[in-house]
Write a protein that binds this ligand. Structure first.
Ligand SMILES: C[S@@+](CC[C@H](N)C(=O)[O-])C[C@H]1O[C@@H](n2cnc3c(N)ncnc32)[C@H](O)[C@@H]1O
Length: 179
């Protein structure tokens, strides 16, 4: 019993340290988005998404990708997450309880290719939005739809935006293409 407890404690400590190290490296914790933000993302996807693939950049523990996959069963929903533990958790829960159109990869989305015709969802930071904007501007793909929770691209007019939290002034932004 004592050994089992020790093993459990060690696993929890290693898991905690792994999340802290990745958070430090990426500059952002795997903090889940709010319920109101997620509901609005689903509304915007219903309104603007046109392709066959919806991808979340930094999918955290997988809560939002799961909601998207359940709401859009005819779409392939892919979560990309760099942090080991949240990604493992997401993969396990998709493996154990589906839905079948949901999958995850552990990767740095800044190093993966971003394809035209897909819709991207993210909840990142001001710094990561700047880097993402630079990458997308290089690619010149007008087919993109990007839905960003809370953080906007600087100097770029969104196609649509909605306030979801009056206290913190949090908005959800939609961008199309990057001309
Ligand atoms: C604030 S959390 C949002 C989680 C989830 N999108 C949600 O809405 O609940 C941001 C996530 O992005 C991940 N992340 C940050 N930079 C990344 C990168 N370059 N590649 C992959 N994941 C990244 C972090 O590990 C973190 O889990």
């Amino acid at each position: 019993m004592m050994i089992l407890l020790l093993v459990l404690l060690c696993c929890t400590a290693v898991a905690g340290v792994s999340v802290i190290i990745t958070t430090k490296h990426l500059g952002i914790p795997p903090m889940p988005s709010s319920r109101a933000a997620r509901e609005q993302v689903l509304v915007f996807l219903g309104r603007y998404h046109q392709g066959k693939v919806i991808q979340e950049l930094g999918s955290g523990w997988g809560g939002l990708t799961r909601k998207i996959a359940m709401k859009f069963p005819d779409q392939d929903v892919l979560g990309v997450e760099a942090s080991f533990l949240p990604c493992l958790f997401s993969k396990l829960s998709a493996f154990l309880s589906g839905p079948g159109n949901l999958s995850y990869i552990r990767a740095n989305f800044l190093k993966t290719s971003l394809s035209p015709g897909r819709s991207y969802v993210c909840y990142l930071s001001t710094a990561l939005m700047e880097t993402l904007q630079e990458r997308l501007s290089e690619k010149l793909h007008p087919g993109f739809v990007i839905i960003s929770m809370v953080f906007a691209f600087s100097g770029r007019e969104p196609l649509d935006e909605v306030l979801v939290d009056e206290v913190f002034h949090d908005k959800i932004y939609v961008y199309r293409g990057m001309e």
